[in-house]
Structures are given as structure tokens and as C-alpha cells.
Design a protein around this ligand. Structure first.
Ligand code: GLU
Length: 374
């Protein structure tokens, strides 16, 4: 155990995500006894002064059963939307009832990807979360799957939970999963797969350990989206733990034996930069040469001279990816120029810009204050 070890009980504000495969039995009914154990753990923590936001999956799985839809309601987008609309009512009712047994009030929040990608709407959702927690109620969040189309979906509640953690200003995110953490390879297929208790830096080696796909076939997460969630949470300054929800009272069990993978929070993340790093969509891409890539790594702004290509349609202030010559996205930031101006000045030195643009140029193509390294 290191000094940075994540103790969920010590976080003033905590996000707990419950996956579909844990919440819904294979025959499509809620695993009420198990869920009652989780809620008892949550209630004990809330009684001790902790603020908790629940991110709950399960709407699609529950609705599919009620509507008799095949493939767990995931055969088509329309099926998933109908299943979610039907299942969400049952899901909320279940949480409200179980929390109510402990004298707690549940509040439902359904959000789409766009609600959290647009800065103004993000701040709005964030204000709602803060108010609910201040009022002592338990927000129960899910994606608004009945209206979210393929392009504007999170699609998995792992990343949603991380983004909600950021919006709520949480210090920790716990993903209750059907697996007890990250392994160096898929333990179902590779007998040499080793358990990874702690990750301090999410790099290509860590990403390669995930193999995609949900083991249960019920949720849509899998390890890839969990690692992406960890990236979002840790860059927002929150720890994230993947722990097994397969045992009863999983949060209490983790407190006792610390079995799980902890992704350690980054230090000193500013809220605005964290929001940028957590975004899942961008409007364009600027490719940079090796010299510029190195300068960005040292914390400098991106100047026009270092840009080699500009793609996409973006306006000034839009989010763009910054990629190296191998096509790896190394940073993300707000463009100081629109796409056509950026293309005009790419590769040109700063002292030539006034003539090209016909006005006094800005200090950079992407300023370091509005940029995060990935
Ligand atoms: N939002 C989906 C549901 O409630 C679950 C997404 C996921 O599997 O992570 O059914």
C-alpha cells in the first residue's frame, strides 16, 4: 500500500457507479437483495457525513425484459431507446424505495453526452448536482438513453460516472464491476494475466491491457471504457477504483481488503483544464512537427510555425486535438483561430502572420492556458 492509496470513505464527495450486470439478474429482474446491501453501505457513509452520487446502469436491461426485446434490448438503437425509457422508471423506483428505507431521498438526473460537452450546460448540470448534494439528497444519474442517438451517446456509464465526478467536484469514483480490477491481459483467456493493484500513469502500456467488450454482454462498458473513465477522473484530480461488485456489501469489502485497481489522481488539475481533458469530442485536428510536440511537452503554447496540417471545421474557441506526426493525439485545446485561418498560417513564422491575416495576430495557435496534454 502506498501513501496515495485511495480510501473511498475519506472522500467528502464520492461517485459510485453500479453496472447493469450486477444490478440486473440474467433473467432480467433487479437483484434486490444485493442492491439493498450496496444501499446499506451508502446509507452508513451518508450518515457519517459523506456526500454520494450514484450512477446507475440497468435501464436498458430491465426495459428489454419488460418489453420482451431480444439481445437484451441492444439489437438496434430504437430498441435500446424504448427499453431505456421503459426500464428507467423501474430503476428509479427501485433506488428511491431502497434509499427511502434508510430515510434518504433519491433524485433522478438523466443526462446526455452533449449536456456535459457544452461548457454552459456542463456548468448547469454541475450546479444542479451541487444543489442536490447540499440539500442532502442522493442524485441517481443515468444517461438519457431514450433520446440520445448514436453520435451523441456516452454509450457506457463508466465514462459518464467519471464526467459526473468531475461535474460534482468529487475526490473519488468507484466503479462496481463484474471484475475485480485491471489485469495485464484478459484473465478469462490468458492464464498468465496478472492483477494490477495501482496505476499512477495511464499510458499506452496500460491501455494495451484492456481488450474491449463487456464480459457479461449486458452492460456496454468493458475495460477500455473503464480506463478512459480513469483518465477523465484522474485528470480532474479524482482517484478512481475498479472493484468487484460480485460480493455482498462491496464498498465495505473494499474498505477491508483493498482488493481492486486504483488509478491515482493527478495533482494540480485546474477545473477548466480538467473539463477540456474530459471531453470526448473535438471539432478538428492540428498536426504538429517534432519540435512543436517537444515544446508542448515542456508546457509551451502551440505556435503556427510548428503546425503541419489542419483538419476539420472549427471556429475560434472550439476544441481541437493536437496530434504528432504519427497521428497520436498528444494534447487538446481551444483554437485561437478558425479552421481556415489556422490552415493559412500553419507552418508560418509568427512575424509573417500580420501580413497573411491582415490583422495583429494572437499570441498562439493554441495557448498553453487553454491546453491539456494527454
Ligand atoms: N445507460 C445504460 C442503461 O442504463 C447502461 C450503459 C452501460 O452499460 O454502461 O442501461
Amino acid at each position: 500500500m502506498t501513501a496515495t492509496r485511495f480510501t473511498p470513505a475519506a472522500c467528502p464527495r464520492l461517485i459510485v457507479k453500479v453496472g447493469s450486470a450486477l444490478l440486473v439478474a440474467p433473467e432480467g429482474t433487479v437483484r434486490r437483495d444485493w442492491l439493498a446491501g450496496v444501499v446499506a453501505d451508502l446509507a452508513a457513509r451518508i450518515a457519517a457525513g459523506q456526500q454520494i452520487v450514484v450512477v446507475s446502469s440497468g435501464a436498458i436491461a430491465l426495459g428489454a425484459r419488460r418489453l420482451g426485446l431480444e439481445r437484451g434490448g441492444r439489437a438496434s438503437l430504437e430498441d435500446a431507446q424504448a427499453a431505456a425509457a421503459t426500464g428507467q422508471i423501474a430503476l428509479s423506483q427501485c433506488w428511491a424505495e431502497l434509499l427511502g428505507q434508510h430515510g434518504l431521498t433519491a433524485a433522478q438526473m438523466l443526462v446526455t453526452l452533449d449536456d456535459l460537452e457544452d461548457r454552459r450546460r456542463y456548468l448547469n448540470a454541475s450546479a444542479t448536482l451541487h444543489r442536490l448534494l447540499g440539500l442532502g439528497v442522493v442524485p441517481v444519474v443515468n444517461e438519457n438513453d431514450s433520446v440520445a442517438t448514436a453520435e451523441i451517446r456516452f454509450g457506457d456509464n463508466d465514462r459518464l460516472a467519471a464526467r459526473i465526478g468531475q461535474a460534482a467536484g468529487a475526490q473519488g469514483v468507484v466503479l462496481l464491476s463484474d471484475i475485480d480490477g485491471l489485469y495485464t491481459a484478459n484473465p478469462g483467456r490468458d492464464p498468465h494475466a496478472a492483477f494490477v493493484p495501482e496505476v499512477t500513469r495511464i499510458n499506452a502500456r496500460i491501455r494495451a491491457m484492456a481488450d474491449g467488450g463487456s464480459a457479461s454482454g449486458m452492460g456496454s462498458g468493458g475495460m477500455v471504457s473503464k480506463i478512459e473513465a480513469a483518465r477523465i477522473a484522474t485528470s480532474a484530480g479524482a482517484h478512481l477504483a475498479i472493484i468487484s461488485g460480485k460480493r455482498g456489501h462491496p464498498l465495505a469489502a473494499f474498505d477491508a481488503d483493498e482488493r481492486g485497481t486504483v488509478f491515482v489522481a493527478e495533482k494540480g488539475a485546474s477545473a477548466r483544464k480538467a473539463w477540456l481533458a474530459g471531453r470526448l469530442t473535438s471539432r478538428g485536428r492540428i498536426t504538429v512537427d517534432a519540435g512543436a510536440a517537444k515544446a508542448l511537452g515542456q508546457g509551451r503554447s502551440l505556435l503556427s510555425a510548428g503546425a503541419t496540417a489542419v483538419e476539420g471545421k472549427f471556429a475560434r474557441g472550439d476544441v481541437v486535438d493536437i496530434a504528432d506526426t504519427d497521428g497520436h493525439v498528444i494534447a487538446r485545446g481551444l483554437a485561437e483561430y478558425d479552421a481556415s485561418e489556422a490552415a493559412l498560417i500553419a507552418g508560418r513564422r509568427s512575424d509573417a502572420l500580420a501580413d497573411i491575416l491582415g490583422y495583429a495576430p494572437r499570441a498562439a495557435l493554441v495557448h498553453r492556458d487553454h491546453m491539456v496534454l494527454l
